[in-house]
Design a protein around this ligand. Structure first.
Ligand code: ADP
Ligand code: MG
Length: 398
């Protein structure tokens, strides 16, 4: 599922109403019956107007027709959800145009976007459920009970959770992107002008970067949090040139942390495992990449635990509950994300020495799968559907 915004400009106000109606209907219906869409959309032009919009939306793949034994209806596709989110961002003036995809995570697309002043930002689109499940059996079992709608629901939760944490961390002065907006399964944040640690081949002072990264783990812990996926992809490293008084130039490396949907509390039942895993991930990377071994052991969970909330430090682990998440939502999301990690580890293990971008393949795999499904569902041959990602710069508005 790639984002292709070309059809956006051609949608009329009625089409947006009908798309919104399908989204509303999806809350209680896996397949939204056509009469319900008509009712929810309440177009002035009446039923025929709704039907016209339905076929326009199905044609560009924003909704998909599903024929069931009991009734026919439509479901929102990821494409439709993307459009609704972008429409909201555009309406609030958070996004004016969409540019290139700069990152493909296992379950996200990262796009450069610009707001109406031309300032570049990042749009992160969560796409849980996209990964290829061929390799890991446990995932297939877990997926069995999930349909497209529930993956979209989980993707919304992931975006909400990530946004809540990004806000809390940003307010507390952590080096994270500036959160700008959130809608459905997407987040808009500031663009960090930096490369992931994974791409840094040399560090003038690995010890100092290592110490910074460990102290960030400890600082998070003192606020009650564990990142949970603290690896070389989720740490961006800014290279800041500094010139000393004697004119000698040096480069200071400054980390920025990203990717928060899996963050957990220091009170989590598996907190120690998550904490140790984050620490070990950094240690392993520094050893492999920079041949650096820290002189001290640790840090250890039990010591970090003692610092939680110390001296009146704000606890951030309650952030998510405070932003309206129920226990069930958190459990669902945790299960989905845990599965995602199992797949990542499984795949990494398979090609340990392969330092290339390993994301593309599985992405293509799952696109094929998704394509098959939607082809069947679609009433018409969608003209724009097979086209690739919107390319080119940021010149075109939505
Ligand atoms: P995922 O959850 O799929 O791992 P991430 O949030 O980690 O997604 O983003 C994936 C990649 O996109 C990152 O490794 C990074 O290269 C890039 N990226 C994400 N957010 C930003 C940002 N705000 N600024 C610059 N690059 C970013
Ligand atoms: Mg990531």
């Amino acid at each position: 599922m790639k984002l292709d915004t070309r059809a956006m400009r051609h949608l009329a106000a009625e089409d947006w109403r009908v798309l919104t109606a399908v989204e509303m209907g999806s809350k209680n219906h896996e397949i939204v019956p056509t009469p319900l869409i008509e009712k929810l959309a309440r177009l002035r032009g009446g039923v025929s107007g709704v039907h016209r919009s339905i076929s326009a939306l199905a044609k560009v793949g924003l909704i998909a027709r599903v024929k069931e034994a009991k009734y026919d209806g439509y479901r929102l596709t990821y494409g439709g959800l993307d459009y609704l989110a972008l429409h909201t961002h555009a309406g609030r003036k958070d996004v004016y145009s969409v540019g290139n995809r700069i990152g493909v995570g296992k379950e996200s697309d990262i796009m450069v976007v610009a707001d109406h002043t031309g300032k570049q930002c990042v749009l992160k689109i969560h796409r849980l459920g996209r990964i290829s499940f061929r390799t890991v059996k446990s995932n297939r079992d877990y997926l069995k009970n999930r349909n497209a709608q529930s993956w979209m629901y989980l993707s919304r939760l992931a975006a909400m959770k990530e946004y809540a944490f990004m806000n809390a961390l940003h307010e507390e002065g952590f080096p994270v992107p500036t959160p700008l907006a959130q809608s459905r399964h997407t987040i808009v944040m500031s663009l960090v002008d930096a490369f992931p640690l994974r791409q840094i081949s040399e560090a003038p002072e690995p010890a100092s970067l290592y110490a910074d990264l460990i102290s960030l783990i400890l600082r998070l812990a003192s606020h009650g949090l564990i990142h949970g996926d603290y690896n070389e992809f989720n740490i961006l490293v800014k290279e800041i040139k500094s010139t000393a008084e004697d004119g000698t130039e040096s480069i200071i490396l400054e980390p920025v942390i990203i990717d928060f949907p899996q963050m957990v509390s220091m009170e989590h039942v598996n907190a120690e495992m998550y904490f140790d895993r984050d620490v070990n991930c950094i240690k392993r990377f520094f050893l492999r990449r920079f041949h650096f071994t820290p002189s001290q052991p640790g840090p250890f969970f039990k010591d970090a635990k003692k610092t939680v909330g110390k001296g009146g430090l704000k606890r951030l682990d309650a952030t998510v509950e405070a932003s309206g998440f129920t226990k069930k939502m958190l459990k669902d999301l945790e299960a989905a994300i845990k599965d995602k990690k199992t797949v990542e580890e499984g795949q990494e293990g398979a090609n340990e020495d392969d330092d290339d971008d390993y994301d593309e393949d599985s992405d293509e795999d799952s696109e094929e799968e998704e394509g098959e499904e939607e082809e069947d569902d679609n009433e018409d041959e969608g003209e724009g559907r097979q086209e690739g990602l919107l390319s080119g710069g940021l010149s075109e508005g939505l």
